[in-house]
Ligand binder design. Structure first.
Ligand code: KIV
Length: 252
């Protein structure tokens, strides 16, 4: 049986038909494991800054670091669509956005994601015009955590709700094939999901989005020092690793 490569069109066509599972991977083995588990959308997220590189937040992640991890993930040659984050300050202008998106594509990414709505719409148009599939990211924007002073739910006020809806429509009109909604109030995420023709992929935004994305480390307990409240952890790999090492030490 031939396995069909997942494309942006595949992800887009899943809207309204089946839920879209998406997870992060930052290296070869995790990409292979997620692919073998049948995850159709894999993101080399800049969450790598925290869960792999030990930075306090994603604003420290650089283009060379993203390229290094995208290359490792791409070597797994997944059936899944492999997307990658444009890191902090790498898409300040349309020219930068295209140049850096092309670098991620050269490293093996099949789509790129950037944070923001109408504020980056010229960059989004430039990326899409360059033929690079684009995923939007709205709600809590981790690359803005310092100016925001923390991670909080978005869409609680009327102004935030309408801004989020306008941003989501703008991203979809500009050619994004999916939009991540991070920490968006459930009702607002649900409204956006109904209003835009492309899939919404939620993270901490309630069950009504077209898909769900998580940082894999959070899902499987691989970064036990901090787990976001909305994550229903499914394994405790951190403990399993420590137990295996203790057993090995005892058996020496
Ligand atoms: O960096 C990341 O991993 C993300 C997520 C949406 C999980 O952007």
């Amino acid at each position: 049986m031939t396995v069909q490569k997942v494309t942006p069109a595949t992800i887009r066509a899943m809207k309204g038909r089946e839920k879209i599972p998406a997870l992060t991977a930052h290296d070869y083995p995790s990409t292979k494991l997620l692919d073998e588990a049948g995850v159709p959308l894999i993101l080399v997220g800049d969450s790598l800054g925290m869960v792999v590189l030990g930075y306090p937040d994603t604003t420290h992640v650089t283009m060379p670091e993203m390229e290094h991890h995208v290359r490792a993930a791409a070597r797994a040659r997944p059936r899944a669509l492999l997307a990658a984050d444009l890191p902090y300050a790498s898409y300040d202008t349309p020219a930068d956005a295209v140049a850096n998106a092309l670098r991620l594509v050269a490293a093996g990414a099949e789509a790129v994601k950037a944070e923001g709505g109408r504020s980056i719409i010229e960059q989004v148009r430039a990326i899409v015009d360059a033929g690079i599939p684009f995923i939007g990211h709205l709600g809590m924007l981790p690359q803005h955590v310092i100016e925001e002073g923390g991670y909080r739910i978005k869409g609680k006020t009327d102004a935030e709700r309408s801004n989020l809806i306008f941003d989501a429509v703008a991203l979809s009109d500009a050619g994004a094939f999916a939009v991540v909604l991070e920490l968006v109030k459930r009702e607002v995420a649900s409204e956006i999901t109904k209003q835009i023709p492309v899939p919404t992929i939620g993270i901490g935004s309630g069950p009504d989005c077209d898909g769900q994305i998580l940082v894999t480390h959070d899902l499987v307990g691989l970064f036990p020092w901090f787990t976001p409240r909305f994550v229903n952890q499914r394994a405790n790999c951190g403990n399993d690793i420590k137990a295996a090492i203790s057993e090995w030490k005892k058996a020496l």
